[in-house]
Design a protein around this ligand. Sequence first.
Ligand SMILES: [Zn+2]
Ligand SMILES: [Zn+2]
Length: 1277
Amino acid sequence: MAEPSAAEQQWLQAAQAFARRALPARQGPGGPADAVLRCLRGASGGDLPLDYSFISVSDLRHQQSTPCCSHLTWSTNEFKEWACQGQGAFPRQSSLPRAYLILVGYLTDGRQEDKEKLVDGCLYVKDNTGIIPCEMLRFELEWLESLFLFPSWAYIPQTDQATVGYVEILLDPVPVNLLPKKVLDTVPVIYPAAAEPLLSSRIPCKKRSKLSVAGELAKLSPLLCIRHKTFFFLFLKCFISAVGVPLLVQKPNQLAWHHVLQLGHRYIITGLSMSSLKKSGQRVFVTGASSCLLPYCAERVKEQPLDNAWQGETPQSASPEASVQFSDSLELGVEEERPGLTKESKIISYVGTVTKILNAQAGLFELDNKVCLCLAYQQLLNSAHGLRPGACVKLIDVHLLQKPLVSFHFVVLGACLNSTVVLKSYSRLSTSYQPMVSSGNLYLQLLFRYNLGMPLYLWLVSLLETFEERFSCFFGRRRLLLNSVHRDRGAAEKFLVPLLQAIVSGREETRDIYNEILAKRHRCPLRQYRTLDPPCQAPTLSELCCMAKRKSWDDFCPSQLLSSSEAQHMGAQELNRRLAWSYCMFSAGSFQPRVILLGVLRVSSRSSSLQLQDKSGTLPCVISHKDGSPFAGTALIGSLLQVEAYQLVVERFLQSDFPSWKQLANLEHVREKKNSVYVQFYFEDALVLQAPEVQIHEGPRSRNSSSLRKKDVGDSTAELEIPEAKVLKLEDPKPDTGKDESCQRDQSSTGKNSCVSRLFLVTQKEGLMLRNYQLPREGNGEGQELQRSFQATVLWLGRPQIWSCPRKPANLPELEETNYHGEEGLTQQEALLLFMGKSLRWFPFLHLDGLYRFIVPHCSDLEVFDKLCFPPVPARFLSRSCCPLCLPVPDTWHLQHETWISCLTERQLAAGSVLRGMEQRISSISEILSNRFTGSLVSFPGEIVERTLCASPKNEKPSVSLSLQQQKGSLLASDHSVKLSVSVAPGSPVVLDVYITAAYLQHLWGLLPGAKVLFQNLERKISRFHNVYCTYIASSCMSIASLPASRIPLPSSPAGEASSPSLVFLSNLQLHLQNLSQARILCHLSCVLTLSLQWVCSLCNSIFKEGKCTRYNPPCPSHMGVRQANARVLVEDGTGEALVLCRNQHVAAVLGLSLHEWEAVQNCVQSRGRVSIQHGEATGTGCVEEPEDLIACYLRSLCRSPLICRPILLDFSLDRKPSKILQPAPLQLRNFRCGEVEFVSQVQPRPSLLCLNVEEVEQKALCCLNSERIRRTSSHC
Ligand SMILES: [Zn+2]
Ligand SMILES: [Zn+2]
């Protein structure tokens, strides 16, 4: 042998050093290094592989961070060819990079490694430096605990720190030392045919000696771990028949057998005894400590004669079901779909390549781009080692399920405990590996706990996947998926368990895995299935918004938004305006399947609104309490809510140019469609799945800070971090959990650990608006922009306090304290809070009559509240000392809602003397409508009866700057305003109109018919016609006290018509009218005073004649006319007379014309443009129309006909515009004629009414109504 070169010298030194460090010195003479070098030389044809270096297990684990492979004996070409072959189906994936590393180590099953650790059935490579799991395609028991050189292997590192990587052994290892040859003796055995009857005999096991059974391996169960005990079953069958016996292998040192056993091979297992399983009583052969697994060799066995004790019963042949069916190819033809029917799954065998890991934790893999392999029903104790994209697997006896889930595109191959999954070859690609962690795996736990079939399991997986994806950025994956093994259930479990329970209730079969494996008749959860139509879904918020929007436009039909009787008389402008804003409301059940709403409650300081949030987006929300109190749950910010009873509202904004109602079906006239989506629900219907982060952290955090706490002496330290942590959490609505956590920890350990708090009562809250506040500390404030802000007047209760641990809400120390201080100083305690910037987030939480607490973190200065206050006007202008001081609320302060004033105990009320000096600030609608009301800013509760979009009155256009600022994102044209008709209670006829211009509507969620709303600080106004109404002004605000009843409103029936109006007398009208929106009278139609029918241009309202607009200057291009009609009639009901204005279809009703006749009359008017007649006029006098006009003649004679004069039931509202009915009008002198005699009498002026509906009265009904009238009149007297 030549003298080694310098390089070789160096390499040898390194080899020696490696051997000293990594290999135990128990080898023969020359030490381990010599043996290894000898082996290396043998493997690589005599030369030392100088371009390779040794790597220890520890270095591999800790220094190799990317996948790699090493092939000691391969040439570059050999490697390239190998890599190329593996890339077939994955042109874009790179193959494993080659590393030049020599791996030497012991193969072990882990038995001596760590006494604590259970032998788990995995194989490992170990050296002195460490141990690492390995996966082998072929294994022999003799290899255990021997030193090997691994000529070809790949290392797959772990991406996440929790688990280690593993080694894939590609070629058989080369023993460093010669393996001991085992000399085998002749073994006496029995065959399954003889052994099988023994299992069914009832002779106690104790009496029997140990047996050896020889047979062919027919079935091999996966390794299972139940209650910390790992085991597996195998079946040996006769060589010539299907008769087989089950064997249970459960000794830790025998678990490695699982790697040796191959289906179809023949084996002998010695040292067997019989045992019956505790639960099911099934009898099996069980291995003992001395049992061995031997390959079957015909020359070395002799059949053991059974003594008398063994022979009890005659042998039985196994039932045919026990034999396994093999089919080599998978038939992927799509089965005929029979939803709802229970299908039997086929059992097949399949060989395929893993193309994708669908969900490692759930045990789902994609094979050959077309099949889903589910391994979850096996436990997969080897952490799915080797199952990387590119690996080839052979599946034996797996269940084939076609379309287990309606939405699942794959054919599913489900491996049950009777199936065998064999890794055929490793992936040659550098694909990542995701371990399947079986302990604490929520997927598997729920699968086993509820004994789920494949359809339910796949549905569960999709729910959980989405859940995790949506919320792990807020709470961290681990916390979400905490399972009930831990002290508190994670959110995922709280969400899923009730769903699963609801489905599986009734069929409470627990899974019996022994029976599954051992029963002769194949029973397992995969045997039968039925395509599942999922009962519910929980889509991401952005998906939900899309679904709702799509649905809202799918359902959209312009003609349904308007009643056709109204629409046909509308001009283009009014028509399009009425279509411009509509809404629809969806509940969970509006979707198929039902949608469960999940989201993290957040508050945006930008929009000052509550939102639900997930990773995909946000959804504004309105939350109310069922008792009508406003939502102020500051403690809920950041918590994960689940809501199933909710109203998802889609507001539709439409820009259209429909020329008239006839074109409503033609959607080409829709110019633009926009939406806004929000959700509203009751707090009581929301379930908190996960409390805000900080509360969960209490445990570990208090441990962390215990040292700090010891230093702080005194009363105030116990829970100081908590509110402060909340503050930090609240500021940033963006999901950024990791940062937040570290941030909290930092501040709590380094910052000053004290907070100051102060209690206050909100006595007035104003709306969001742009204000030009000049804060004193910001200098002169020259050129300052207007700031979006809101303000609230509050009453300080008690003095600032060092904030100690949270108390029960009822326990408010400040209220006890004020008792001592008496009433002096109470007047000084009022303050005006200014909220700007980030503190705008408190807007949705701050409500009138609420008791709140400010918590100032990192502060021990009790005067902090006074120090920040400043007078509202510069001191030199300050003349009045009673002005409350302004306090701009800093961003970092935290607001905490304590209680409502109505919830205080009497003692607290008395002590605080809170109520004194607080006048009633909420009025009723009736009070506001009353003439005697004097205030100009009003607050009142009411229910929205109707909302209509109308053109903004010109004098009420918002100022330019305001509209410019607020119009961004506004979906309504700024010249629009909304009229809300607000009533005291449902069905009440007393209605107050509230006008809100488009600029304010942007963030006013929940203004829907049926909603009860508390309006605050609205401006009360009186119209020219002495009608009272309110307008929403900059300082106004509102809160939703209750949500509309969950029914889709029928757009064709205008709100308010639902209940029939109350029957009144004309003589009583004077008393009622100012409060009545509508009423009904039984009256006699006396005569028609005026009647006019016309066609007007739909664009410009000029007369439309013979298909053209008559406007000439400038000429109007319109080709669309709209017919209109109006009439003024006189009615009397025996107690008085009234003028009634009728429009359009009501004119036909008053004239008693049928629809058909009315159409005909209107069509005749078309050529004339306009026809009108007046009561009492003679033919041809003073009229516009041609003297001989037939239509005019017809109408005139109709009006004079006695047939017109008849009893009718008239629904009406007060015609507010032309009359001044609220003004006491002077009495009028009127002539009456009775026969030949004329009388003159003083009468009240006739009230003027607007016809809403006319009904004919039949004789019977008339009698009925008359008798009721009489009854009511007499009771009146
Ligand atoms: Zn099965
Ligand atoms: Zn016109």
